[in-house]
Write a protein that binds this ligand. Structure first.
Ligand code: ADP
Ligand code: MG
Length: 461
């Protein structure tokens, strides 16, 4: 028995003693502090000599039988010692343990409540802000989600998050939910997938023939809350009745001053047959886009995956994965998990050669050089390669140079120093050029098209 178990055992014994022995001896029972249970001997200490004498003389048999019953040891017996100082000391320790236990219990209880609330709200425990890696592609969406979580129904209502599949829309949306449950537990959170909403609506209509009473019940289910998270709203496409109902839900929530967060894989205007009324409601608050992460962010994501799962992966293996899965974070994670699984099953280390063997990415065989990248950029931009590598500063040349530098960094993951050597420039100049493009790539549509076309010419996408 460790000391906590011993204290617990003694608490049980004491409880039975109080229930069995006459009230006149209760104060003496309370004066007993447990100090050890060695072999068959349960030793207790008291600071009152009378307690020891009286209990020993009159109740030894009763005490022993209770101890034997509770410890399931038929030879167990009590040994009462009188020692004022020891009794005081043990009492102090017991109080300390008791306080710790109570605190621990309270904490466990709180955690249980939280995870109950989280599962009730229908959230995935992984999708929290702490687990979301912020990069240039998502920093605006992340900041907006954070602002909504901190101050629901404030400036951004509704918050409309859009972007291609696998870029973190659901993650970011649910992060708002977790944050709220943790920091603002009185506010009720509901996460619903749009197709679940539609199915619920249809089955409810069938069962109840749209009776007013039942529709009101349905409505209440989606509006009697503080924050609603509606995922993948594009599934509303062409479903007129469901759109009508959604508009109702939206208006009720909005008018009650509740926060609405919506995700979609496209803009409201691109959802087939979405009513004008709904489209304009969705655009009323703030719309934020998620775009594919750049190399550094992808690297950060796989590094975090390795750290969180306690996996020792070779740096080059992580680079290889980050380099080859660039359009979709879900696929990036999938590639990482696949290599992990393979390493574990075959009892191998997570190395670059294993990653190559498992993932067999085509691009890797390509091994692009600075020269090829710069050549292709030069002919795409119609700027001579010598000018790109030279010092001319006119607009056209500067842009081509920045593009070539950006692509060299993105596609080869070589250091700024190495790129600088190739371009005959200082690494700080290279870094600056790279940052210029990186900062614009998510907002400047034409630039994004240029990059995509050069990448296509290089056959990396
Ligand atoms: P979407 O809803 O846009 O299709 P998800 O939110 O389901 O995408 O994200 C797909 C996977 O990628 C999830 O496992 C998610 O945790 C992960 N993910 C996406 N973006 C990030 C990020 N910035 N940091 C960490 N993980 C991310
Ligand atoms: Mg999603």
């Amino acid at each position: 028995m460790d000391s906590i178990e011993l204290k617990r055992f003694w608490e049980k014994v004491k409880e039975e003693l109080i229930g069995t022995l006459p009230e006149s001896v209760h104060p003496w029972i309370y004066s007993l502090e447990v100090s050890g249970f060695d072999k068959d001997m349960l030793t207790v200490v008291t600071g009152q000599a009378m307690a020891r004498d009286w209990l020993r003389k009159n109740h030894t048999e009763q005490i022993n039988s209770i101890i034997r019953k509770l410890s399931k040891n038929t030879n167990a017996q009590i040994n009462i010692i009188y020692d004022l100082n020891a009794a005081k000391q043990i009492k102090k320790e017991t109080e300390k343990i008791h306080k710790k236990e109570v605190e621990k219990q309270l904490k466990e209880q709180a955690m249980e409540n939280l995870s109950y609330m989280q599962s009730y709200a229908n959230l995935n425990l992984k999708y929290k802000f702490e687990n979301f890696v912020v990069g240039p592609n998502n920093k605006f969406a992340h900041a907006a989600a954070m602002a909504v979580a901190k101050k629901p129904a404030g400036k951004y209502n509704p918050l409309f998050i859009y972007g291609n599949a696998g870029l973190g829309k659901t993650h970011l949306m649910q992060a708002i939910g977790h944050y709220t449950i943790f920091n603002n537990p009185k506010l009720k959170v509901k996460y619903t997938k749009t197709d679940d909403y539609i199915n619920d609506f249809i089955s409810n209509s069938r069962k109840t023939n749209n009776s007013v009473e039942n529709m009101a019940k349905f409505n209440k289910k989606y509006t009697d809350i503080g924050i609603i998270l509606i995922d993948d709203i594009q599934f509303l496409e062409s479903k007129e009745k469901s759109m009508e109902r959604m508009q109702h839900t939206f208006d009720t929530l909005y008018n009650k001053g509740k926060q609405i967060v919506i995700t979609s894989d496209r803009l409201p205007t691109e959802i087939p047959k979405l009513t004008e009324a709904l489209a304009s409601r969705f655009q009323m608050g703030l719309m934020v886009e998620l775009t594919p992460p750049d190399f550094d962010t992808r690297k950060e994501i796989v590094k975090k995956l390795a750290a969180d799962n306690d996996i020792k992966a070779e740096e080059d293996a992580l680079n290889y994965i980050a380099k080859n899965f660039s359009n979709n974070v879900r696929e990036l994670e999938g590639a990482f998990t696949k290599v992990c699984a393979y390493a574990e099953i075959n009892n191998k280390n997570f190395t670059l050669s294993l990653a190559k063997e498992v993932l067999k990415c085509k691009e890797n065989e390509k091994n692009l050089t600075f020269n090829t990248i710069t050549n292709v950029t030069s002919s795409y931009c119609k700027v001579d390669i010598n000018d790109i590598k030279g010092t001319a500063r006119n607009q056209k040349v500067s842009v081509a140079r920045q593009l070539a530098i950006y692509l060299c960094r993105e596609l080869t993951n070589q250091s700024f120093e190495a790129i600088g050597e190739f371009f005959n420039k200082k690494h700080t100049t290279i870094m600056y050029a790279y940052e210029q493009i990186k900062n614009k790539v998510n907002t400047d549509k034409e630039l994004a098209i240029d990059i995509r076309e050069i990448k296509q010419a290089l056959k990396v996408i």
